[in-house]
Design a binder for this molecule. Sequence first.
Ligand SMILES: Cc1ncc(COP(=O)(O)O)c(C=O)c1O
Length: 457
Amino acid sequence: MGFDLPGLLAARGGEGYGLHARYLNPQLARMLHAIGFDKLYERAEGSYLYDRDGERYADFLSGFGVFALGRNHPVVRKALHDMLDCELADLVQFDCALLAGLLAERLLGKAPGLDRVYFCNSGTEAVEAALKFARYATGQPRILYWDRAYHGLTVGSLSVNGSNEFRGGFDPLLPDTCIPFGSLDSLQAELRKGDVAALIVEPVQGKGVRVPPAGFLSAAGAMLHDHGALLICDEVQTGLGRTGRFFAFQHDDVQPDIVTVAKALSGGFVPVGATLARNWIFQKVYSSMDRVVVHDSTFGSNASAMAAGLASLAVIEDEQLVSNAERTGKALRDALQELAGEYEMLADVRGRGLMIGLEFGKPRSLKLRTGWNMLQAARRGLFAQMVVVSLFQRHHTLTQVAGDHMEVIKLLPPLMIGDAEVKLFVDAFADVMDEAHRGSGLVWDFGRTLIRQSVTR
Ligand SMILES: Cc1ncc(COP(=O)(O)O)c(C=O)c1O
């Protein structure tokens, strides 16, 4: 008896899909079976996953951007082992734990102009804190957000979500306001109404991998500040080096008032989130001893997350992952851009650092147009899904579509990938594009299967 984790994994390995189908979200296992993604992964290292048969898969998804350091990084693993061996007095609650202080000091060292940190347990929680802080600090009720914005799925974050497929059926949400992506005119018009607390943006938008027009963030920041409103940069996905800067807002000449991070902060080992803000905002929200827990979370600042966070920041620095993301991202984008000349259905290659979007568009040739139109008629986004499925089935390369109803796939590999992984991806993608542009074969067979599934679901 007792508990034996390796024994449990060995005894029940292979039951994951059945258990999920029975006890968890029933659609996950169903969807993974449908697209042939139902592998039994057994271990992972760096930018690769390995299944039970020892097959290797290139991870260009990195757990939705969580594994920026690569999987199972030895430095973070050691930090966590050490943390357990120290038998710390964790989560006393009525103390000021050292590790949280150290992680805050280290994070703020990367964020000039921001002074204080609130720690929580996920991206959406970091956003919830940002929204509450902005309202309280400005005394205004309304948050502005972009169409197709994604900031998490709890009710506050959902209220600033710019896609109906997430919002539908969950009303009433908060009365926040959607403005067109990158539109300064709409921002100005809303600000004139005098009740805006903040604009929340992803400096590179995750859904569709959209990069705001050059100079937008600095112009928006100035406009917001003129009206006493705040700029919130949600860096949950873009932060910690992903785009080739530590924070993606640093591509622009702008100083946000609040910044959220999560995902990569603990190296993927422990859920964590953080909301960084200017001192005056914290001074207002936490204005007296009576208000000490006015916004708080029981597990925020837990020692596992803090130790993993400190180790992750050390790895990002020691291994120069930010500059690697910039260099390797450029190499990958350049190589993919070259392919755009060869493949008529590859309409755009965009992104920053190692956050890359590949957009597909209507082919010119008649032969391909028939297949394309057939997919579009069934469901917009099926071609992109077909590419994702083919990359996985034919080349064991894991990617994702960049959002519902869009013909874009997104690459979010670990930031430590090198030339070998760039070549691996470009070769795999060229092969899938070759086949897709022949207008027949396995790629389109997947397409037909996807159509059947999309109309029967
Ligand atoms: C920009 C952004 N904000 C917030 C979130 C929500 O994070 P979480 O899933 O940890 O709640 C995400 C998740 O993908 C994100 O990309």
